[in-house]
Design a protein. Structure first.
Length: 687
């Protein structure tokens, strides 16, 4: 399995280089280059041939000739089956090529539909020439045939499906005695799984559809199980890192009790449970890592604050990192409003990289000495200049927006601190069992009492005047409105209205009597903060913006969200945007404006209109876009399984996840396979 593919007949330096570019360097790599699909070329009984049937036959060429007519040339090849039945093969395209390729007395295997025209015939059949080697091994014919993914560079080296079948046939023979099992025998028996050697053989050269299905099931389980083991070991590795023992307990926190008394609302049962779940799991010699997952408006920030106050009571510092400055300042303002004046909790804000103002330097010094014990910021927190005195807890909001290195760097500011990753984008359970399996899941499904569901409407351009009347009515009643556009500036190519041009029209022509603001990502930080502050305070009544307000912005008085060109947004984005309204006690509306007629766009918009549960929408989103795109995970090392499908194989993922937790100790061959297959495997299982 470890030997180079260069030991195979037909693999010289040129082929070896091209295979390496495709990630195939060893015999093992080649055996894990799985077919993309199969063609059933099981031989048909040639004594019972009937027109209208799909058949696969071994035939011998009798003769061939070309006829010419008004519609062009056609190649006619007369053949006989091994039982003497005669039929004709016909080609209308590629006549010179096929005429040169096919000669009398050759043996072919042909697959296609039988028709009747002056006798039995096949038009443009799939076929392959059979030489002596093929007849002996039946590598390409007379069975269920694998078809492999290929590229132009591979094809130039004759590594199409036929070329791969030849190489893999050799590889299976060479590796027969080298194939080591990577799944514990206990699991193989209890789960009735095929052995690894059997599965690899049947997945490339299946003897029947049942045995192929069993082989695919085994290999799907294998990659899910091994990825689960990787995640278990990742948790173990984190636990082995030395750390300060944090004297944090689920007991009474004076700061938290003071917060509870001043809150204008009661914590939901889900919030209370989440706080208890996390606090009961921390405080020991091993660091805790949690994924706090909740729908929009479920109160994640309050939960994070409640937990943070327990750390602060224990004399530790807490860092909260957000992906954008707008969101970081929103968190900062929310925390200041919730905590009020407190001698024990001293909040600091750090944003904007590299600034060397006196106020920033003073803030950095307060963090270094521990005088600031609740620090909110953007990725500016990972700058080398930022040093913590006693960092005990890191809270990362919308963690999928940060790379692995950024997340690890903020954790490195302390001695293996506990971590809470927060996301307002609900994650399907199958993804939690894979991509986030090294984190303990904490769920918030319940919404705070008193909030009314947001009514979602789908309107086309023809109803714009009515929409403007509704906005005017609600704003005149003292409410506020977001109007979101997908782009900042006009784009002739995309034919989209843009935020900047819409702002000019809305502020000067449509709503000249209202105070309209503009917010987008290219504004300077000070301008963004001033605009958001004006909107929060009510000085601005209508905010024209881009998706910069997609996550975390909390303006309870905003009751209308208008999304222009709604077909340009994904389900998750639309749900997040809708979550910016309905955060108070007043009835709220989300209006999706679109003239889209495409089926996929209409499916997305209809799903948002008909469903307000983020977890349900996350499942729909994953079905439509696939798991790797759902949270941009392809950019952050998402495993991209070879066979397993996190939509269709959810139950299998559950089983494999459970087994990985019970049997995490694996042998060197399994470790080698993990290193080769998964990006994180190299660091978790070093050579």
């Amino acid at each position: 399995m470890k030997r180079s593919v260069s030991v195979l007949s037909g693999v010289g330096p040129a082929r070896q280089k091209i295979l390496a570019e495709a990630g195939i360097e060893s015999i093992g790599d080649l055996l894990y280059y799985f077919p993309r699909r199969y063609v059933d070329r099981t031989l048909t009984d040639s004594t019972v041939l009937q027109a209208g049937h799909e058949v696969t036959l071994i035939v011998v060429v009798q003769n061939q000739y070309v006829t010419h007519g008004r519609r062009g040339s056609r190649l006619v090849v007369q053949v006989r089956t091994l039982t003497g039945e005669g039929l004709t093969l016909v080609w209308f395209r590629g006549v010179p090529y096929f005429r040169k390729l096919i000669e009398s007395d050759q043996t072919l295997i042909v697959s296609g539909r039988l028709d009747f025209f002056q006798g039995l015939q096949m038009v443009h059949p799939d076929f392959e020439l059979i030489d002596a080697d093929d007849q002996q091994a039946l590598v390409h014919v007379g069975r269920i045939i694998p078809l492999y993914p290929t590229t132009e560079s591979l094809r130039k080296q004759h590594l199409d499906s036929r070329g791969f079948r030849r190489l893999i046939s050799q590889a299976l023979e060479l590796a027969d005695l080298e194939v080591e099992e990577v799944i514990p025998d206990t699991i193989l028996n209890s789960r009735a799984l095929a052995g690894r050697r059997e599965a690899l053989s049947q997945i490339h050269y299946p003897e029947s559809h049942d045995r192929l299905q069993a082989a695919q099931h085994r290999m799907k389980y294998e990659e899910l199980f091994l990825f689960g083991v990787l995640m278990v070991q990742k948790k173990r590795s984190r636990a082995e890192i030395p750390r300060q023992v944090h004297p944090v307990s689920p007991g009474i926190s004076k700061e938290f009790e003071r917060l509870r008394e001043t809150l204008p609302f009661r914590l939901t049962a889900d919030q209370e449970n989440a706080i208890g779940q996390i606090l009961n799991a921390v405080g020991g010699s091993e660091s805790g890592a949690f994924l706090l997952q909740g729908d929009v408006g479920s109160g994640k920030t309050v939960v994070a604050l409640a937990i943070a106050l327990h750390y602060i009571d224990a004399g530790l510092q807490v860092a909260l990192m957000a992906p954008t400055e707008v969101l970081a300042r929103q968190h900062f303002q929310t925390l200041v409003n919730l905590i009020g004046l407190s001698e024990n909790t001293r909040i600091e804000m750090v944003a904007g990289q590299g600034a060397k103002t006196k106020s920033r330097q003073a803030a950095i010094e307060r963090i270094r000495t521990g005088d600031a014990n609740l620090v909110v910021g953007t990725h500016a927190l990972i700058e080398d200049a930022i040093e913590f005195s006693r960092l005990g807890l890191v809270v990362i909001d919308e963690q999928h927006r940060f790379g692995v290195e950024q997340r690890e760097k903020i954790r490195s500011k302390g001695l293996n601190p506990d971590t809470i990753a927060m996301t307002a984008t609900p994650i399907p359970r199958s993804l939690c069992l894979t991509e986030y399996a090294d984190l303990d899941l904490v769920l918030l499904r319940e919404r705070p009492a008193g909030r009314k569901p947001v009514q979602t409407l789908l309107l086309n351009e023809a109803r714009r005047s009515g929409l403007h009347k509704s906005i005017r009515k609600h704003v005149s009643m003292g409410r506020q409105c977001f109007i979101v556009y997908p782009v900042i500036d006009e784009s002739a190519k995309l034919d989209l209205r843009a935020a900047s041009d819409a702002y000019e029209e809305l502020s000067k022509t449509v709503f000249p009597d209202f105070r309209v603001g503009l917010l987008h990502g290219r504004l300077k930080a000070a301008e963004k903060e001033r605009t958001m502050s004006d909107f929060r305070s009510g000085r601005l009544q209508i905010l024209v913006t881009t998706t910069v307000i997609e996550v975390g912005i909390d303006v309870p008085n905003a009751t209308i969200m208008v999304v222009e060109h709604a077909e340009r947004f994904g389900i998750s984005q639309l749900h997040q945007l809708r979550g910016r309204v309905g955060r108070g006690s007043e009835e709220s509306f989300c209006v999706l404006v679109s003239d889209a007629e495409g089926e996929e766009a209409l499916q997305r918009l209809t799903a948002i209109r008909d469903t307000d549960d983020g977890f349900t929408l996350a499942e729909i989103d994953m079905q439509m876009r696939g798991p790797g795109e759902l949270l941009g995970l392809r950019q952050h090392g998402f495993p991209g399984f070879l066979l397993a499908d996190l939509l269709g194989d959810r139950d299998l993922a559950e089983v494999a996840h459970s087994d990985a937790n019970r049997y995490p100790d694996i042998g060197e061959e399994a470790r080698r396979l993990i290193r080769r297959r998964f990006q994180q495997g190299v660091s978790v299982f070093p050579n």
